[in-house]
Design a protein around this ligand. Sequence first.
Ligand code: FES
Ligand SMILES: [Fe+2]
Length: 387
Amino acid sequence: MTDAFRLQPDAYFSDDWFRLEQQTLFRDAWSFAGTVADFAEPGDYRLVHIGAATLFVIRDKTGSLNAFHNFCRHRGATLLDAAEGNTGGAIVCPYHRWTYGLGGELRGVPDRQSCFADLDRASLALKPAAIGVFKEFVFVNPNAQARFDDWIAPVRDQVWPHDIFASDVKEAAPLVYDVKCNWKVFAENAIDGYHLAYLHEHTLGGPTPDKNVWENAGDHMIWFANEDGVRHRLPKKIREETGSTGVISSASEPGYGGVFFLFPATLIVPTPYGLSVTSLRPLAPGRTQLDVRQWVGPWQWTDERKYIPGFDKKTGIISSDNWTKPALETGDFQTEDIWICEKVQRGLSMPGFNFGPLSEGPGAEDPIRWFHESLRRQMNLDRKEAL
Ligand code: FES
Ligand SMILES: [Fe+2]
C-alpha cells in the first residue's frame, strides 16, 4: 500500500494550510447543526461555525427549517449573537434595522423612500446555506448548492443506531473541549484502530488491531468490534438501566457500528446507554474546539462535567490547562486521547520531523490513509503545487 497521498507535517501547523482548508474544504463541508427537536417553534435557531463561516438554522412560520449565513446583506453586521435562542417573528439587524423574515426575505428597510430610491429587496434576502435532515440530525453546508443526499447516501442504508430520539432520552449537559492540536490530529486519532489496546490499556483495554475494523462508506467511516471475523455490534435498543458496560449483542442479532465518522469533522458515537455527537471546530492551526452533545436515558441524567478532568466551572470549558493529575491516571479515555493529540501536535511541529510509516489494516491505520485521500480530493490538492 502506498503512502503517496499522505499529508506532510506542515498540513497540521502552517497558517497557509489552515487558510487553504478554510477556503476549500470548509467552504463546502457538512456540519452537525442540532436535532429537529432543537427547532420546535418558529424563530428557534442555532448557530453553526464551519471554517470561517457562521451559519444559522432557523424554523420559519410555515414549519420549514432554513439555513442562512449569519450576516446582514447591507453592510455585513452579524445578525445573531447567542449560540441558540428564538428570534421572535423577525430578524432585525441592530445597525440600520434592516428586517428579515424567518424565511430570509428582506421585509423592512428604514427610511426606504428617502434613502434607497430603487432598492431591489428581492435580491437582498439573507444568503442561504444548504440544509439536510437525516434521522433526527440536522446538517448544514455553507455552499447553498451542496447536495445533502449525495453526502449522506453512503450511510443512509447502513444499519443505524437505535432510534434514540424515539426512546425515553434526555440531553445531558453539552461538553466543550479546547484542545491544543490541529483538528486533523484529533480526527486521525479517532479513526486510529492501532492505538486502542496500548494508549488505552487501562481504560478501554483494547481491542487490538485484529479485533476491530473500520469500513469505508464513501468518505465516511464506520467502526465495528470484530472477533474471529465476526462483527460484534451493539444492541439496537438502548438499555433501560445502568449496569455493566461493554454489552455486546450476539453476532446473529442485527445491530450497528460503534462509531460513525462523517467526513470531514463529525463523530457520532452510539453506546448501549445513549448517543453522542462531536463536532470538530478548527480554531487555529494548532487549536480545535470539540463540541459534544449527548443524549442518555433519564435514569442516567446528571451533570457529570465536574468529574471530567480539566473542566473549568467558570468558563464551562474543558482544557488540559486545568488538569490536576497525569492524564494516564485519570481513568478517562477521552483525557488520554487529548493528552496524546497534544503531544503529537508538539512533536510533529518540531524542525526535522517527518512521518514514519502507517500500519496496515482496517483495524489499524488504514482509515488515516482513506481520510487523506478524501481530503486531497475535496481540496483539489493534487492539482496544486508545493503542498
Ligand atoms: S448592516 Fe445591517 S442594516 Fe446596515
Ligand atoms: Fe483513543
